[in-house]
Design a protein around this ligand. Structure first.
Ligand code: PMP
Length: 427
């Protein structure tokens, strides 16, 4: 375990945060897209490239044994991190997109038929829309959408109305990458399960900002990417309920996912390898072990309280300062949008994470981003892979800032000062 007592000590673990861009200290606020990497992850990747670099599960030699131990050790770490019952529940993939495609392809081949329906949430990332559309096209099924209210929360009344016996799976965002509100996934799961419908949760943002216990959540699938939670790029996870994974046909065919192969017939390896055809990105997957250990250490003891206090300050400050800017629309403020609304418990459904998307009248998002970049501030703009949500809010682009525990309140202040400068230059 890591012992860190301050945000500065956390920052000290991330070499990339110390750099300058355009001669200015980097203020990295694009964490919703990917996180920077702590030294422990960089060291593990180096160590494997310099030593334990051999294909996993394949050979009877020391290097392969070492790589396999690190790969399978990371699977155990993931299992503990999300409290999955067994290693059979943990499929390694290349990321959230691959995890959802796996379920959309394999689950739907087995369970989706003509006239059936799939429900997705209206704040879905393209990777939680397009794979289901592809499955629907193949089966002659259709997609239904949980509407997003003006404050960014789901219309749960409407969701209840959509659930029926034609629905074969519900696939929803744990936290939208545009709105940054913790969604009521547990409630969705309870409603869906009452009708015998399984639920997939896209946890690309959720895993980073919430403590996830898949047994407590009772989801059937939980998908996330390693690169957003400090691990190397190319790592990802699909948690699946074992009974369902057993019933689903393999996704890709190839090495490592087989039991016996003849030209007439192939039998498949037991879980989880049934879904891991070919050489996996074993170094990236192994990096999930130090990455999740690092994430875990930020969620325990005094440092967890320090981070929560800093994030609360950042959220309150950004909400207020953004709304002070003339012509600024901030999207999805959730409970903060309603006069006198009660703040939900920190991290519980309805609560806001330190992620804000906005537009400022008279300023193109891409112009703002370019000017901010020259001031050292990295933000995200564009559709953010959520075109239907952009359409819902009547825009084609937004600016997004997203924070991780290594970001400071001083960076939030620097961002606001820089934003004022950029707006003055554009107006
Ligand atoms: N879902 C959400 C909510 C995301 O934020 C992202 C990444 N922006 C994805 C899915 C896709 O993740 P990846 O590109 O790592 O597969």
């Amino acid at each position: 375990m890591y012992s860190m007592n301050s945000i500065d000590e956390i920052r000290g673990q991330f070499p990339a945060l110390g750099q300058k861009v355009w001669g200015k200290p980097l203020v990295y606020l694009d964490n919703g897209a990917t996180s920077q990497k702590p030294q422990c992850v960089i060291d593990l990747v180096d160590k494997m490239h310099c030593g334990a670099n051999a294909n996993v599960h394949r050979a009877m030699h020391k290097l392969s044994d070492d790589a396999t131990a690190l790969y399978e050790g990371a699977r155990e770490k993931v299992r503990q991190f999300i409290n999955a019952p067994a290693r059979e529940n943990i499929i390694f993939t290349s990321g959230t997109t691959a995890s959802i495609n796996l379920v959309a392809s394999s689950f739907c081949r087995r369970f989706l038929g003509e006239g059936d329906e799939i429900i997705v949430s209206g704040d879905s990332h393209h990777s939680n829309i397009v794979p289901w559309q592809m499955a629907c096209e193949a089966a002659g099924a259709s997609i239904k959408v949980i509407p997003v209210l003006e404050n960014g929360m789901w219309d749960m009344e409407a969701f209840r109305g959509l659930v029926g016996n034609k629905v074969k799976i519900v696939a929803v965002e744990h936290i939208s990458n545009v709105l940054g509100i913790v969604n009521p996934v547990k409630e969705v799961i309870e409603v869906a399960h009452a009708h015998g419908i399984p639920v997939l949760v896209d946890g690309a943002q959720g895993i980073v900002h919430c403590k996830v216990d898949v047994q407590e959540m009772d989801c059937d699938f939980y998908a996330f990417s390693g690169h957003k939670i400090y691990a190397a790029t190319g790592s990802g996870v699909l948690y699946g309920r074992q009974e369902l994974l057993e019933k689903m046909p393999p996704y890709m065919g190839g090495g490592d996912m087989v039991d016996t192969v003849t030209f007439g017939k192939t039998t498949y390896a037991p879980l989880p390898l049934k879904f891991e055809a070919g050489t996996p990105n074993f170094i990236a997957q192994a990096s999930l072990a130090p990455a999740l250990e690092f994430a875990q250490s930020l969620r325990e003891g005094e440092i967890a309280r320090v981070i929560e206090a800093e994030e609360r300050k950042i959220i309150a400050y950004l909400k207020e300062e953004l709304q002070k800017i003339e012509g600024c629309t901030v999207y999805g403020l959730g409970w903060m949008q309603q006069e006198g609304a009660q703040e939900p418990v920190w991290g519980a459904p309805g609560s806001k994470i330190p992620l804000f998307s906005f537009n400022i009248e008279g300023c193109f998002p891409s112009d703002l981003a370019q000017l901010l970049d020259k001031m050292g501030v990295a933000v995200r703009t564009g559709l953010m892979c959520c075109e239907p949500l952009m359409t819902r809010f009547g825009v084609t682009s937004m600016v997004r800032v997203s924070f991780l525990p290594y970001n400071t309140f001083a960076e939030a202040e620097h961002f606001i000062t820089s934003l004022h400068r950029a707006v003055r230059m554009l107006r």
